[in-house]
Design a protein. Structure first.
Length: 67
């Protein structure tokens, strides 16, 4: 169940970031229409494991961009 959910959320994040310079965690959650922080971080972990993202800490948030 988590594999399917992580894959689905990862696809939403990929689409939100594709052609975009990068988004904060809050912006990404809104743009990708992800409801919970848990789902956001599950999908980010999936994409990080596949080495698809650059993530940096900005103030009290993160900034995420595709590699």
């Amino acid at each position: 169940m988590f594999n399917e959910k992580a894959g689905e959320m990862a696809g939403k994040i990929w689409e939100a970031l594709n052609g975009n310079g990068g988004l904060t965690g809050k912006e990404l959650k809104k743009t990708a229409k992800i409801k919970s922080d848990k789902d956001l971080y599950l999908a980010l972990g999936w994409l990080l494991r596949e080495d698809k993202l650059n993530i940096e800490e900005v103030e009290k948030d993160i900034k995420v961009a595709l590699k």
